[in-house]
Design a protein around this ligand. Structure first.
Ligand code: SF4
Length: 228
């Protein structure tokens, strides 16, 4: 599964000039077990931005990378990005890899860090987070939230490694990161079409621009339409 590798490389380029803190996976933050509502009056701050996964078969070690202030240091609302680079076991079966991408996408809906209310939808790359005053007082950090999230991802046996990147540094190019998130969604939607439609007609297809750009996508649709 190489469809997202160029986006991982682009992400590395965008974050290259920024100062990073690397943390190991350690004590996970408490999981509240279900969706929580944090009222405005109990909120320390809100972060608004994007959250998405980049799936790869390239070797990826478990790591949490923090770029910018950590949760304990933030005292005003601001921009944010959360990107998970996820290595999966790839045995060349595209249908299995495609199903795995879907499964991985749903992990975030089953992870509820206590005092860290995350809102996102499956149709969008947008993600907003509200952090409670109590969680800040109790020492919440990206390392502890990230450890919980990585633990959840790794409950899927085919997930080999996760590099989770949290960005709050206002010097980060959030515009470019959002473009990356949009491209990631477009590739995923194209993959969705390629895996589920036997209609192979590039001349009339509105996904042609993505297929022209992403190596191997057309071949995959051709193979799938033949098998359909
Ligand atoms: S291979 Fe052709 S028909 Fe299939 S999604 Fe791409 S452009 Fe559309």
């Amino acid at each position: 599964m190489k469809f997202f590798d160029s986006l991982v490389a682009e992400l590395d380029g965008i974050t290259a000039p920024l100062e990073k803190k690397s943390c190991s996976v350690g004590n996970a933050w408490k999981d509240a077990g279900s969706n929580q509502v944090i009222m405005k009056r109990d909120t320390a701050f809100e972060l608004d931005g994007v959250g998405f996964n980049l799936i790869t078969a390239e070797k990826t070690a478990d790591e949490i990378v923090v770029i910018g202030d950590d949760l304990g240091k933030i005292n005003t609302d601001g921009g944010f990005a959360r990107i998970a680079v996820i290595e999966i076991e790839d045995n060349g079966d595209e249908q299995a890899a495609y199903k795995l991408i879907k499964k991985i996408e749903y992990v975030k809906y089953h992870c509820f860090p206590d005092g860290y209310m995350s809102r996102s939808t499956s149709r969008s790359h947008k993600e907003a987070v509200r952090v409670s005053k109590k969680a800040v007082a109790d020492g919440i950090s990206f390392q502890s939230v990230g450890s919980l999230l990585i633990k959840k991802y790794k409950e899927i046996p085919e997930v080999r490694g996760v590099r989770l990147i949290f960005i709050t540094d206002p010097r980060a190019n959030f515009g470019k990161i959002e473009k990356l998130a949009i491209k990631n969604r477009e590739i995923t939607e194209t993959l969705n079409h390629v895996m589920n439609s036997i209609n192979f007609d590039c001349d009339t297809c509105n996904l042609k621009a993505i297929c022209d750009e992403v190596e191997g996508m057309k071949e995959l649709h051709f193979k799938n339409s033949e098998n359909g």
